[in-house]
Design a protein around this ligand. Structure first.
Ligand code: MTE
Length: 397
């Protein structure tokens, strides 16, 4: 029997097969098998940059179907294997500069008022791979998919801290995960901390949440089951998964992921780490999700879609998204999707005309807090906070 007519390939994948070493593979494997492999690739919910620990991002066109990112397409960023936690035995510890330190079960946390908060999480390393053009950066080689917008549910951090009686000397709130990260200097949990003012904020704007649900279901293991913090407006590294301990302190956390990692440094000498402060808020960012990189496009008008995230500044909203077909000389406005909420992305769509000389399509944005995406972001050693004008290379047919 003849193999079934293959599904048409997306052009970029077909080019991949034809390009360079792909040609060798293509001649060694029967075409029908290649089509099958191709289809599997296209059907994957996440592209895993590393399998152990699990670090995966969705294909960009999976991000623009809905304002709420389906959990299966929500990026996963973990520094160690998922810990396995028995929810019946689970106890969260709250200690440090509080009058009444306590431990509390999941059932106990359910007795607090439950809040539903929609918030975008994004990794500080989103778009990291773009830095490699100027100099190789280490770490998970993220494209632009380390971002997602989800509905989180649980008690507010502020309510739980209030019940412990925060003392006057409290300045920062530390979070500690139950995962075990093997480093050259020993095994440590993932940790984060946020200023006390952010932790206690819950009027008008959503403050931090102790989330046990994501998109209406219990948190999946990859996203921190049974409990995680969600800190709207801050880089994903401050939203600690598999949360085991909260420590109220008079200083920022001494955990590696606050004291050293997640900082902008040009060099990685001790002095550079010490001088740089931890990153908290995420910057404004906008990305074109369709067409994909290296697509073949026809001369004429084409539609673009993508996401735009205002900066994590309090109350910042997206003011304008602009598109360019001539390397940034001229810009036209894109149309913003209706769905909008504090610390959340918006989807956008727009049109650009393509002619025989078009090389790239670009997007940039600005927000109500006066932030805008720059033409270029200075290179930094860890490849964080890449938010320069996003460039989609196209091949005109
Ligand atoms: N929490 C723990 N315990 N361990 C981790 O490795 N990774 C952090 C944060 N919380 C991490 C963690 C980082 S860097 C990010 S970007 C977000 O989780 C990713 O959350 P997600 O995997 O649910 O998308």
């Amino acid at each position: 029997m003849q193999p079934k007519e293959p599904m048409p390939l997306s052009v970029s994948r077909r080019q991949l097969l034809i390009a360079g070493g792909g040609l060798v593979v293509a001649s060694a494997i029967p075409t029908s098998q290649l089509w099958a492999q191709e289809k599997n690739e296209e059907e994957k919910d996440l592209i895993f940059r590393t399998d152990d620990p699990r670090n995966g991002e969705p294909k960009l066109n999976d991000l623009v179907h809905s304002w709420i990112t389906p959990t299966k397409h929500f990026y996963v960023r973990s520094h160690a294997p998922n810990p396995s936690i028995d929810p019946q035995q689970f106890q969260l510890k709250i200690e440090g500069k509080v009058r009444k330190p306590f431990t509390i079960s999941l059932a106990g946390l359910m007795k607090f008022k439950q809040h539903t908060v929609t918030a975008t999480l994004t990794c500080a390393g989103n778009r990291r791979a773009e830095f490699n053009r100027e100099g190789k950066v280490g770490g998970v080689q993220w494209g632009a998919g380390a971002i997602g917008n989800a509905i989180w549910r649980g008690p507010s951090l502020a309510d739980v801290l209030r019940s412990a009686g925060v003392t006057e000397s409290a300045k920062h709130v530390w979070f500690e995960g139950l995962d075990q990260i093997e480093r050259s200097d020993g095994v440590i949990p993932f940790g984060a901390s946020i200023p006390i003012e952010k932790a206690m904020q819950n009027k008008n704007l959503p403050g931090a949440l102790l989330a046990h649900q994501m998109n209406g279901a219990p948190l999946p293991a990859d996203h921190g089951f049974p409990l995680r913090t969600v800190v709207p407006g801050y880089i994903g590294a401050r939203s600690v998964k598999w949360l085991g301990k909260i420590i109220v302190s008079d200083r920022p956390s001494t955990n590696h992921y606050v004291a050293t990692a997640y900082k902008i440094v040009k060099k990685t000498d001790a002095i550079d780490w010490r001088e740089a402060g931890p990153i908290y808020r995420f910057p404004i960012n906008a990305v074109t999700c369709t067409p994909a990189q290296k697509s073949q496009v026809a001369v004429g008008n084409i539609e673009l879609t993508g996401y735009v995230l205002p900066s994590g500044d309090s109350g910042a909203t997206v003011e304008r998204v602009e598109l360019s077909n001539d390397g940034g000389r001229t810009w036209v406005a894109a149309e913003l999707g209706n769905d909008e909420s504090p610390y959340c992305w918006r989807l956008w769509k727009g049109q650009l005309s393509v002619n025989a000389d078009t090389k790239a399509l670009m997007v940039r944005a600005r927000d109500s807090a006066g932030n805008f995406m720059p033409g270029r972001v200075p290179w930094n050693a860890k490849g964080y906070l890449q938010n320069s004008w996003y460039r989609t290379r196209v091949e005109v047919q």
